[in-house]
Design a protein around this ligand. Structure first.
Ligand code: NOJ
Length: 709
């Protein structure tokens, strides 16, 4: 990996000194035939190894990009046809779903969001980019920035959870991690913000389903992480599969052009999702393929992934005057501009002497740290954890404990389960003196302590993996019962890609660690936490329901006119379940004890457009070093529209030695205090602002100030 740092230093200035790209694009555009232009708008789903057909199409200038072809040799074979055989020698850009790692697999994005530490995401995606780059790739379909409020939707695993503020912080970190300062540099990839937009609001949590989202909610909840990605310089966007209030996202001129281009100022290009242009027919919007092509291109989808409606249908549409050539030219211009900026014309080929190899020490260190910082201690009654030293016989129970695919999770790139450290292997490495016994299905009777590894198999979340039941599997519950009967200490480690309902363990098992799908080094990270080598400090980026009947359930909901009151029947609640979550957004414990004090605001009143500084102190009053994530929320009342009961507006993960105290400061300015009012304009409205500083979205210290007229 050291070689990389050197290469990076030599190569970056060369790329940076590229000629005037705009001129180069226009020169090329003038010389292109319609067929060549449409070629630049086509991405092929193609086989992993490439194929003669792809080589042939590239040689004819009828292909702009592939998705899934990997390996320097296979990539160069296709690239050579484009660069040496095609008339205009326009290079292809090679893409792949590098979602949470390429060969070294990091925790799933939902887990990394639990770190509340954007630096973790940045270092993981920098490393992922480097590995993918070695296999010839130049473009990743990540980050997924869809806000997810419904854990039935299996793709919650791929995102940053339910909150737009946290999601925006993570969006910036991913884009920086993949693209660096200059996405054309050695070891960098173009990132892709997906899925634009609203895809996470799939009705009933069923993947690909319809979405109905108000304009205000779109602007305040679903758009912000994407805007953060644009501001961070993301090169590409992917248009989503979902129908959005009657206009599928891949034919939606308002979101693709008015919002994305005009409001947000996005300068890169938009690729469709897989067949999402063709699927405009299945949606019932487009009458046929020609209609689908016309709608998608006119809305602002520049490149078509896999389906070929542009290639097939645009020539006659243009001839018939149904689409102006200028619309095609604009899409081609955006694609070519990105290709120039990404340095593909100067450096089209992959280095065949390189190959992404098995995870090495450096990448394992980054993966382990990411996994450690992603762990969330959900519960720890009577300080069961960390385990007492010198356990003689430890039983590890549950098939997931020995399952490499379960620690990797879905979308695990080129990751190999056999290269992953399972929970069982991690525990064995951590306590060589202890007799560690394992059973996937029965309870070992004479152990001194029990670790239950429960949750979901690797493929139970991710794309097309929606679930109507979120409870633990029957076999997991049976193991938990068996272990609890022994009367010995029992802890549960959860491996899962989404919030689960934890009936059967949440009241019964004294300690629970949420490990999500923690990646290649997951087993080591979990073992470090079990035996107190590290102190878990992650926080939930998404609420855990008690029962599936409560979903969608999220902390930043509206109050309603009849907020739930136990003693009042006619209030907003259930007859058969509480309204509160099992574990709220922002929740996570520690082996040590933290307290917050001295909440202070810099002023009792500010002008519209002004800012206030919020300060509080956090102390570690317990018996070991640890991290606390201090969270800042606000609540507005008496303004032009109702506001959420709380909104996250700042956070800081603070590491504190035992006995230490630190002051944390946040600024609330127009960016944090504004919202979309009745006129659907973003502004700061006068009135009172309640401020909460806490360690989760519930409770905390509070104060208030006023925004003047
Ligand atoms: C469909 C998924 O929705 C998208 O996230 C992914 O990038 C593409 N397929 C390509 O694999």
């Amino acid at each position: 990996m050291k070689l990389f740092a050197i290469l990076l230093m030599i190569a970056a200035p060369a790329f940076a000194a590229s000629r005037n790209n705009q001129e180069r694009v226009e020169n090329l555009l003038k010389r292109m035939t319609l067929d060549e232009k449409l070629g630049q708008l086509q991405q092929s789903g193609g086989p992993v190894e490439g194929s003669l057909d792809l080589v042939d199409q590239a040689g004819k200038g009828r292909l702009s990009s592939t998705l899934n072809v990997r390996g320097a040799k296979a990539i160069n074979q296709i690239q050579r046809a484009a660069v040496e055989k095609s008339r205009l020698k326009i290079p292809l850009i090679f893409a792949f779903d590098v979602i949470h790692g390429y060969r070294t697999i990091f925790p799933i994005p939902l887990a990394m969001a639990s770190s509340w530490d954007p630096a973790v995401v940045e270092s993981a995606s920098t490393l992922a980019a480097r590995e993918a780059w070695m296999d010839g790739l130049r473009w990743t379909f990540s980050p997924m920035l869809d806000i997810a409020r419904d854990p039935r939707w299996g793709r919650v695993a791929e995102g940053n959870g339910e909150d737009p503020y946290l999601g925006s912080a993570m969006a910036r970190a991913y884009v920086r991690g993949y693209q660096g300062d200059d996405a054309s540099a050695v070891g960098r990839l173009a990132a892709c913000a997906k899925h634009w937009v609203g895809y996470g609001a799939a009705e009933a949590g069923r993947d690909y389903s319809t979405t109905e989202i108000s304009e205000r909610t779109l602007r305040e909840i679903y758009f912000p992480p994407f805007r953060a990605a644009v501001d961070a310089g993301v090169w590409t966007f992917m248009s989503a599969f979902n129908d959005l209030d009657g206009v599928p996202a891949s034919a939606n001129h308002w979101t693709l052009t008015d919002i994305l281009r005009h409001d947000m100022g996005f300068k890169g290009f938009v690729v469709s999702d897989w067949d999402s242009v063709l699927q405009l027919i299945a949606h019932g919007l487009a009458a046929n393929e020609a209609d689908a092509a016309k709608r998608a291109l006119s809305a602002g989808v520049d490149m078509e992934m896999n389906s070929t409606t542009y290639m097939k249908e645009l020539p006659s549409l243009i001839k018939a005057g149904k689409i102006p050539m200028a619309v095609v030219d604009e899409a081609v211009r955006r694609v070519l501009n990105a290709k120039f900026a990404l340095g593909l014309f100067e450096h089209p080929y992959a280095d065949e002497s390189k190959k992404a190899g098995a995870p090495d020490e450096e990448s394992r260190t980054v993966a382990r740290r990411a996994a450690e910082r992603s762990l969330v201690l959900l519960k720890n009654d009577n300080g069961v954890l960390p385990f007492f030293p010198g356990i003689k016989k430890l039983a590890v129970l549950g098939d997931l404990a020995d399952d490499g695919a379960a620690v990797l999770g879905s979308w695990s790139g080129d990751g190999r389960p056999e290269e992953a450290v399972t929970i069982l292997a991690g525990i064995r490495d951590a306590v060589p003196e202890t007799q560690v016994v394992f059973s996937s299905e029965t309870v070992i009777k004479d152990a001194d302590a029990y670790v239950l590894v429960l949750g979901e198999k690797g493929d139970m979340s991710g794309e097309a993996s929606s679930r109507a039941y979120l409870g633990l599997r029957g076999e997991d519950l049976a193991l938990a019962r068996g272990a609890l009967i022994t009367g010995k200490p029992v802890v549960a480690v959860l491996l899962n890609g989404r919030p689960l309902t934890l009936t059967g363990i949440v009241d019964e098992v004294p300690a629970i660690i949420e490990a999500w799908q923690p990646g290649t080094e997951g087993g080591h990270a979990v073992a470090s936490a079990l035996f107190g080598k590290i102190n878990p400090g992650g926080k939930l980026p998404i609420s855990f329901p008690r029962t599936v009947g409560q979903v969608p359930l999220y902390y930043n909901h509206k109050s309603t006119g009849r907020p739930a009151e136990d003693e009042n029947h006619f209030t907003s609640k259930y007859l058969d379940a509480p309204v509160t979550p099992q574990f709220p957004f922002g929740w996570g414990l520690s082996y040590t004890k933290f307290s917050l004090s001295d909440l202070r605001l810099s002023a009792p009143k500010i002008a519209r457009g002004g800012s206030v500084t919020v300060k509080a102190s956090v102390s570690n009053d317990g018996a070991m070093a640890g991290d606390e994530v201090v969270q800042l929320y606000i609540k507005r009342r008496g303004v032009s529209v109702t506001r959420p009961v709380r909104e996250l507006k700042g956070f800081s993960r603070v590491a504190l030695p035992q006995g230490a105290k630190k002051e944390v400061a946040f600024t609330l300015g127009p960016k944090e205090l504004g919202f979309f009012g009745l006129d659907m304009r973003y502004s700061v409205e006068p009135g009172p602002v309640e401020v909460f500083v806490g360690t989760s979205s519930v409770g905390g210290l509070s104060a208030s100030f006023t925004i003047g007229e």
